[in-house]
Design a protein around this ligand. Structure first.
Ligand SMILES: Cc1cc2nc3c(=O)[nH]c(=O)nc-3n(C[C@H](O)[C@H](O)[C@H](O)COP(=O)(O)OP(=O)(O)OC[C@H]3O[C@@H](n4cnc5c(N)ncnc54)[C@H](O)[C@@H]3O)c2cc1C
Length: 430
């Protein structure tokens, strides 16, 4: 142990995994959270805006929705924080300027049903049966194969995959259609089973800024806004930043797996063990004002979308706007119907008071691609650091890599560190 009578613990990353690990360690350790960005929260990404009356508000562009029934730990955290949540009746709003359409998400859902061709109904029934079986029996009966291999084995119509399976899966992770086909079928189906048909989606009220503010108040550990360049493991681990090297008794790595690989490049086995975990840049457009969209028009696609050719026209579909049929030209760089998909109140979006630079930050984020290989790797991950004073704690340790998984990774990570440092087990209030 170094100098202080309390163990010193460094946590790299201030997303929910890092912050919840801090909550589980700060009573017994001197904790420093290192965060490379100027703000805490990671994928909790509220963007501050002024509403039309000049009051402050936020648009959620990262983590925003959850299903209470399948996020028990997170709901318990919100209860402990005394942060309310409510049905996400209108968080997703899609505006089509050309047709002047504007629907809250709740009204869009029935449209999904209408877009399913008759020939595909048998296949969709199969999907629903698989979901029911997963809910009843878990995943044990499903082979860990890709979505494409699974759909082929089921004899699905290509359209069922294109119009049903792919948009559904893409909607959970903001992935490109071609990537969705490489995702592990058990993960994809589990996420659908976990999120669909389980009651309504909820969101934090009024926005995730409130959640983040209250969470931040509970974290008494010091947060340092500096990038960790690497972690050295000699006698005691050292965290290297531009400010120099600092020794700790234990280091918790709560970054995504790609950052963790870089940080732990010198630790035999750990970096290689993380290698199968890959990410894809988030595919998202969050505003209908062309001046707010990325410079490359090829990126003008909606968060949950795919494109389909029909005669001379190419149409865009999303889980939420299955049947809005935006008129896309053959040349994807000549899209003339920019689409808005974001989560603030309609007033905010219509008032044009959203700061483009901040909103576009969402493009800096990336989503885990849960291939069958990743699923095979999952059980080995916690053991990677065995024998080292380092603990991995981030969303990729969970099967779905969603907010509940990240929270569980953080709390489990803290439990592991306490055990490694011979500290009494944490009595979690949530
Ligand atoms: C656009 C988007 C939308 C999403 N929406 C939802 C949703 O609606 N519902 C849901 O359940 N899940 C959603 N997710 C999944 C989301 O990833 C998780 O909900 C969760 O927030 C991830 O938390 P985390 O703590 O594991 O990682 P992160 O939130 O990514 O935190 C990692 C932190 O580590 C920091 N960091 C990285 N490297 C270093 C370094 N070298 N030094 C210091 N700091 C470093 C990063 O800056 C970041 O702050 C979404 C993800 C994305 C990308």
């Amino acid at each position: 142990m170094i100098e202080s009578s309390r163990p010193r613990v460094a946590i790299v990353g201030s997303g929910i995994a890092g912050l919840s690990a801090a909550l589980g360690l700060q009573d017994a350790c001197d904790v420093i959270v290192f965060e490379k960005r100027s703000r805490v929260g990671g994928h909790i990404l509220p963007v501050a805006v002024e509403d039309p009356r000049g009051a402050s508000a936020a648009v959620d562009t990262g983590f925003v929705v959850f299903v209470p029934e399948t996020y028990p730990r997170f709901v318990s955290l919100l209860d402990w924080l005394e942060v309310p949540h409510a049905s996400a009746k209108t968080p997703f709003r899609i505006t089509d300027d050309v047709r002047a359409l504007s629907f809250p998400a709740a009204e869009l859902l029935p449209l999904c049903g209408r877009a399913i061709p008759k020939a595909c109904r048998r296949d969709l029934l199969r999907v629903y049966q698989a979901l029911q079986r997963i809910r009843a029996e878990g995943l044990g009966w499903l082979d860990n194969v890709s979505v494409q291999a699974w759909a082929e084995a089921q004899g699905f119509q290509p359209e069922s995959v294109e119009l049903g399976v792919v948009p559904w899966v893409a909607s959970f992770w903001g992935l490109r259609p071609q990537t969705v086909l490489s995702v592990s079928a058990p993960v994809a189906l589990r996420e659908i089973a976990r999120n669909a048909g389980h009651g309504t989606m909820h969101r934090v009220v009024p926005d995730t800024q409130r959640y983040l503010d209250v969470l931040r108040q509970r974290v008494t550990a010091q947060v340092r806004h500096v990038e960790v360049e690497s972690i050295a493991l000699d006698a005691a681990p050292a965290v290297l930043t531009r400010e120099g090297a600092e020794r700790f008794d234990h280091v918790v790595v709560s970054t995504d797996a790609m950052d963790a690989r870089r940080l732990l490049a010198n630790v035999p086995g750990v970096s290689d063990g993380l290698a199968p975990i890959r990410y894809e840049d988030t595919v998202a457009v969050v505003h209908h004002d062309a001046s707010l969209l990325p410079a490359s028009k090829a990126k003008w696609c909606t968060f949950h979308h795919r494109r389909r050719r029909q005669g001379n026209a190419t149409h865009a579909f999303t889980t939420w706007v299955f049947d809005l049929l935006h008129e896309w030209t053959d040349d994807p760089t000549r899209i003339d119907t920019p689409t808005l998909l974001t989560t603030g109140s309609p007033e905010l979006l219509e008032s044009g008071c959203i700061d483009s630079e901040q909103i576009l930050e969402v493009f800096e984020h990336r989503h885990l691609v849960s291939t069958p290989q990743v699923v095979d790797t999952l059980p080995t991950l916690p053991g990677l650091c065995k024998g080292h004073p380092v603990t991995l704690a981030a969303s990729y340790l969970g099967l779905g890599a969603l907010h509940e998984d990240a929270l569980i990774a953080g709390t489990t990570g803290a439990d592991r560190v306490r055990a490694a440092l011979n500290l009494p087990p944490m009595r979690w209030p949530f």
